[in-house]
Ligand binder design. Structure first.
Ligand SMILES: Cc1cc2nc3c(=O)[nH]c(=O)nc-3n(C[C@H](O)[C@H](O)[C@H](O)COP(=O)(O)OP(=O)(O)OC[C@H]3O[C@@H](n4cnc5c(N)ncnc54)[C@H](O)[C@@H]3O)c2cc1C
Length: 495
């Protein structure tokens, strides 16, 4: 039996700045690089066909890159342990190489099984950081400098791929069929792959960033002027380090300073959020503040959830955002926050179910960003202010002439500007054509505030809040002009 090193590609679908691949290829032994389609993963409620398709496209482009450079990429389907066993019947596995994944509960359990299997078989599993995210205990006070240290390391060069070979029983083509159940194919989702990601980065740094600050939250212009790099970072088609490096180079030009500085902060938040889930995996399932676990547990109103999920709440801006997201797989940050807040506050739905549903709609689903953001926007961290967006005012501000609403709610296309944000005021809109609002926005927000105030008075202990702040809150960064947090304001940081 020959000795081989295995490289398991997970959310790192690229060739350059790929530490696992680089290190495996330096060992002087044949290398099997594989991706595994795991049917069980694709049945989870937070996964979806649109993510699967993006990955498939990315693997297609990666496979081409391998063959162009004289290498092989292998594909397996099934359970990871069964796959490792199959490989081990034909070759001696010297080492398993991969990146450190901060995934959902399922991938965490899967990785735990892999770790046990490797230990049982005395196979070392080398895992490499691909983001500035630390395993194990962290010191929040110097996390910021840790991020800079990680980003300052020179990117790994692309290794010679000639040592790679096809794995035993593997397929050379990513031809697995989708094992999930959802039918929500995003009609105009982003196309996966290294080249598409690189082109987007180039166009963003060269031109598109100019309107970033102005248009990043715009429902109609955000898709052009936001970087749109999120799925390429989520599935590792681009290395975050390389994106940071190129952004730093572009920042040397005076005219790009303000916008690119704002963009660079987001690249920092990226890791900052993933660190939260890495350190506290309970973000996925349980309110981070122990005293806030009891809110919203009294009801899960299935009809309300359905109306929200299908873009049929009767609040045009909410519905237009949801239908746009279902169609495209993407939404600007502000509007993701608004949809979440609307379901958590106005509809008073427990956050877990909407969180999974939104995750499945996002092509760029990144558990480490997603769950902490959901909790932050749902008011369950106890350390962020309650942001109860008024969706009518948001619509009037971000879509003043109603173009976006008319585009995504064609049944309202005939309405003029005076009614487009509040069609219930117009006598000519029949509920057969567009539903009456399922809640009255102002009173639903007032009720949510009252419920929260009562809950806080009766159940939230200041001691517990202090503990949560100590464990989970970000520290003020050097040079930040924001005021330091006070318990009274409940305002800590953007995070
Ligand atoms: C409820 C909710 C859920 C979210 N879920 C996800 C998710 O699953 N995956 C995901 O990538 N982003 C998520 N975000 C963050 C943000 O909305 C997206 O990263 C952003 O809209 C992607 O578009 P972009 O690449 O053009 O972003 P840009 O503004 O161009 O930012 C560049 C990159 O920085 C990172 N980034 C940007 N904003 C944030 C942020 N607020 N927090 C952390 N990182 C950020 C992303 O990697 C992004 O690609 C979520 C936000 C909210 C409010």
């Amino acid at each position: 039996m020959t000795d081989v090193n295995l490289v398991w590609l997970k959310r790192d679908l690229r060739l350059s700045d790929h530490q696992a691949l680089w290190h495996a290829c330096q060992q002087g032994k044949p290398v099997v690089v594989f991706h595994l389609f795991e049917p069980e993963y694709w049945q989870l409620p937070d996964t979806s066909y649109r993510q699967w398709r993006f990955i498939l496209q990315s693997l297609g482009s990666l496979r081409q890159a391998f063959s162009k450079n004289g290498g092989h990429l292998s594909f397996y389907q099934g359970d990871i342990i069964a796959t490792l066993r199959k490989i081990a019947q034909h070759c001696r596995i010297s080492g398993l190489y991969s990146h450190e994944e901060t995934g959902n509960h399922w991938t965490y359990q899967r990785d735990t099984r892999v770790s046990h299997w490797c230990q049982q078989h005395a196979i070392p599993w080398y895992q490499y950081q691909q983001f500035a995210v630390k395993r194990g205990p962290i010191n929040r006070d110097n996390w910021d400098s840790f991020w800079h240290r990680v980003m300052d390391v020179a990117p790994c060069p692309m290794p010679a791929l000639r040592s790679t070979r096809l794995g035993p029983g593997a397929s050379e083509h990513a031809n697995a069929s989708y094992p999930g159940n959802d039918q929500l194919a995003a009609k105009t989702a982003q196309f996966g792959g290294i080249q598409t990601g690189e082109r987007l980065l180039e166009s963003f740094l060269a031109e598109r960033h100019t309107n970033y600050l102005r248009d990043v939250s715009s429902p109609s212009r955000g898709q052009q002027y936001s970087s749109r790099l999120s799925p390429y970072l989520a599935y590792g088609c681009l290395s975050l380090r390389q994106v940071v490096l190129k952004t730093r180079q572009s920042l040397l030009k005076e005219e790009t300073k303000r916008t690119l500085q704002a963009f660079k902060s987001r690249l920092h938040w990226h890791c900052h959020f993933i660190q939260k889930l890495e350190t506290s995996p309970e973000y996925e399932r349980t309110a981070i503040h122990p005293d806030l676990r009891g809110i919203r547990t009294d009801n899960f109103d299935g009809d309300r959830f359905k109306a929200w999920a299908e873009g049929q709440t009767g609040i045009p801006f909410v519905d237009a955002c949801m239908r746009y997201l279902r169609h495209t797989g993407w939404l600007p940050f502000r509007l993701r926050a608004m949809l979440t807040a609307f379901s958590s506050y106005h509809l008073w739905l427990p956050w877990q179910h909407p969180a999974q549903y939104l995750a499945s709609l996002f092509t760029d689903y990144e558990p480490g960003i997603h769950y902490p953001q959901i909790q932050m926007q749902s008011g369950t961290t106890g350390m962020n202010p309650f942001r109860i967006y008024n969706p009518i005012k948001q619509g009037q501000r971000l879509d003043p002439d109603g173009h976006f609403i008319r585009r995504w709610l064609p049944e309202l296309a005939h309405l003029g500007n005076s009614f487009i944000h509040q069609p219930w005021l117009c006598a000519h809109v029949s509920p057969d054509c567009y539903p009456a609002p399922i809640v009255e926005v102002s009173s639903a927000a007032r009720l949510a505030r009252q419920k929260l105030a009562v809950h806080y008075r009766q159940h939230v202990s200041a001691n517990h809040t202090q503990k949560v702040i100590k464990t989970h809150a970000s520290r003020r960064r050097e040079g930040s002009r924001r005021a330091p947090p006070t318990q009274h304001s409940n305002q800590l940081d953007l995070f």
